[in-house]
Structure formats: C-alpha cells, structure tokens
Design a protein around this ligand. Structure first.
Ligand code: F6R
Length: 258
C-alpha cells in the first residue's frame, strides 16, 4: 500500500486526476471503476478541465460504478446516474453506452447483479478503481460485517451511512435504506485501486483501514490484501495515523510520484 498525504483537497484531487490521466494515456480504452459522493468531486472537476484544456480523451473509456440507491429513478437528483451525468459525463466525450451504473429500479436484482459482474469480466476487468471511504470504514456500500469476498448485491445501509448521507436529501427519512453495491471481492479484483479521503471526520476510518487489522467491520481494511493500492488523502484525513511520519518519509522517496 502506498500513502500520499496532501495539504489540501485540491492537491488531493489533482494527484488523483494525474493517476487517472496516466492510466488513460497508457491505455486509451481503459476500464475505470468510479465512486460518487462528495469525495471525488474535485477529481471529476480536474478530469473535466484536463479534457477541455488538454484533450484528455474518454472516447474509448468504459466505466463501472460502485453502487446506486435502490428505489431512486435515474432522473432523481440524488440518483448516482444523475450525479455522474452532472459532475462528469456531460462535460467529457465518453460514449453513453460505455457507462455502467447499477440499476436501482430493476425488477430482478439477482439477475441484474449477476449480469453486472459478468459485464465487468467481459469488458476485461477494471484497470483503475476509484474509491471513497465511509465514516464507518465502508468501501462502496459494503457496510460493517460485509463479507470480504462479497460480490455485487443488495445491502442494507448502516444507520451511520444514512445519517451521513442525509445532507444530500431534504430529510433523513428520504435516504433509501437499501443500495445495490459492488462487493469487496469485486473491488479487490481491480488491477489498481486509489482511495481518496479528506476531512477530519474520515481520519478514524482511514487509520483503521491502513493500520488496523483486516476485518469485515472496516471493509476498507481489505485493501491491505491488494497488491496495488494508493491512498491519496489530505492532512486532516491523515491526522489519526500513528505512522504518518513514516508514510511521509516514503512518499518523499517515491519514484514517479503522481
Ligand atoms: C459512493 C460510495 C461510498 C462513498 C463513501 C464516502 O459511490 O461508494 O463508499 O465513497 O460513502 O462518501 P462521501 O464521499 O460523500 O464522503
């Protein structure tokens, strides 16, 4: 695992965008795994800037998305379809048919989840997976006690996640209780993974993910089992790490640091 600590969210986002751009420059038809939520907003803004100002090309890119709320139609302002369209897709040149977002309104979730997993494999697997982290240590919506071998399925959201995400809705009662989410096992099959986090409220989850035991109670800790994971975090999110000085020492010596 590598850890890059940056002073600001802007710098965190720029580093992440450089990692994505490097992936696309090396493999123009790369498959990206993408997250929603507030964490990757700066990354998406930077990718839009790179597309518009530097010609970063998405015309052959395919994306798979981590999760979606069950019950929200694509046009709902809090649906992850809507989020991705508003914040990324309508500003870049990705073909609509190359975007895969879990359906929150299918009438057969089991079949959909199987198809989604199969589609990832048919597209060659995910080259670069972008993750955020929940305050309860979740990746995607793999809430505490999710199997570390889990695949795409429906999960009940933890009360903490519902409370955290209530800020996007008019009231906490409107936050869906179920989500369809890639599993921890699905995520671990990505070739490379970057996890972004900023803010003091993420510091505990980040420290447990990096320095704690591998446990299904903090599903981000399963990333310790993956051979190519990069945490890109701001100083506040890094503030509970016991070994911060050590990570910064390594970071200074990182060859080809993004
Ligand atoms: C979203 C997702 C979640 C978020 C996490 C952090 O697609 O998979 O795991 O990354 O809940 O959310 P924010 O970024 O809003 O703090």
């Amino acid at each position: 695992m590598e850890i890059i600590v940056k002073d600001t969210v802007e710098e965190m986002s720029q580093v992440a965008a450089r990692v994505v751009a490097k992936t696309l420059n090396a493999k123009p038809d790369a498959v990206l795994g993408l997250a929603t939520g507030s964490t990757p907003l700066g990354l998406y803004q930077e990718l839009v800037r790179m597309h518009q100002a530097e010609g970063l090309d998405f015309s052959q890119v395919t994306t798979f998305h981590l999760d979606a709320y069950v019950g929200l139609k694509q046009k709902h302002p809090q649906s992850y379809h809507y989020f991705m369209d508003e914040n990324l897709f309508r500003h870049i040149n990705i073909p609509h048919q190359n975007v895969y977002i879990p359906s929150g309104t299918t009438d057969n979730y089991e079949a959909f989840c199987k198809w989604y997993e199969q589609r990832i494999v048919e597209c060659g697997g995910i080259d670069l997976q972008v993750l955020g982290i929940g305050t309860d240590g979740h990746i995607a919506f793999n809430e505490p006690s999710s199997s570390l071998g889990s695949r795409t399925r429906i999960k009940t959201l933890a009360k903490q996640t519902i409370d955290d995400n209530a800020r996007f809705f008019e009231s906490p009662d409107e936050v869906p209780v179920y989500a369809i989410t890639m599993g921890v096992g699905t995520i671990l099959e990505a070739e490379r993974i970057i996890l972004l986090a900023h803010g003091k409220h993420k510091s505990d989850a980040v420290a447990k993910a990096i320095e704690g035991p591998v446990t299904s109670m903090i599903t981000a800790s399963a990333l310790q089992l993956h051979p190519d994971v990069l945490f890109i975090i701001d100083r506040e999110a890094a503030s509970s790490l016991d070994m911060l000085e050590y990570y910064e020492w390594i970071q200074d010596k990182m060859p080809d640091a993004p």
